[in-house]
Design a protein around this ligand. Structure first.
Ligand SMILES: *Cc1c(COP(=O)(O)O)cnc(C)c1O
Length: 222
């Protein structure tokens, strides 16, 4: 529907179902229904789920804030990591991927609110400021076991783009154009969640990360 509204062919946009808080049995059902891309945001939950679902033809995306002490685990099951936002993480992911004999597709998470407001206001959503993207992409391209695959963002809650997801995603597309000039294969644009996926698809996202709109509203954690 979002594709039709934006005049884009359906196959232009990959649906990633965010299965956080849902059990492995639901992931299995989704796979039976034809879902091929799933995402998780916490390694503690994702690692056992991915292990239980290892027989399924699924591509696993890690979309949460990533601490370096979780990198080794994440590198064992994730195919895509959407939350690369610092050089230290590039080094750690590279070492873990080499050790695991895998290649990780890495997206740089962009904080579109990084220039505005107090850092504390941004919460724990992570991301690098737009002017830090090139350096991280170059680092990913130079490191073994990882490669720059594109950009990811979460629509900002504060700053210039607060309440303006369409404008935020259009800005991300501009940054993507710049990135692709130097790294043509880094063409993924991961943007849009249940609430703003129409805006993301209209702006040009290649991947949307949808949880509640597919699986229902999650019970609140803790
Ligand atoms: C939970 C989550 C989503 C999905 O959010 P919904 O509102 O349930 O669609 C997408 N991206 C990230 C990074 C998330 O943590």
């Amino acid at each position: 529907m979002a594709c039709a509204a934006a005049g884009r062919p359906r196959e232009d946009v990959t649906l990633i179902v965010v299965t956080k808080t849902y059990p492995a049995s639901d992931v299995r059902l989704l796979a039976e229904l034809g879902v091929r891309h799933v995402a998780e945001n916490r390694d503690q939950d994702a690692a056992p789920k991915a292990a239980e679902c290892a027989d399924l033809p699924l591509t696993w995306h890690f979309v949460g804030q990533l601490q370096t002490n979780k990198v080794r685990s994440v590198a064992s099951y994730a195919d895509f990591v959407h939350s690369v936002d610092r050089a230290r993480l590039v080094t750690a992911l590279s070492a873990a991927a080499v050790k695991a004999g895998r290649t990780l597709d890495c997206l740089i998470q962009v904080a579109l609110d990084a220039e505005s407001g107090e850092p504390g206001q941004r919460g724990e959503r992570g991301g690098v400021a737009p002017d830090g993207v090139t350096e991280l992409a170059d680092a990913l391209a130079a490191a073994e076991g990882v490669r720059p695959a594109g950009l990811m963002t979460v629509a900002p809650l504060v700053g210039t783009y607060a309440g303006r997801p369409r404008a935020a995603f259009e800005r991300l597309m501009e940054i993507s154009t710049g990135l692709r000039a130097a790294h043509p294969a880094a063409n993924m644009v991961s943007a849009g969640m249940s609430a703003d996926l129409d805006d993301a698809v209209a702006a040009g996202a290649t991947h949307v990360r949808v949880g509640s709109a597919v699986l229902g509203v999650r019970p609140r954690l803790g």
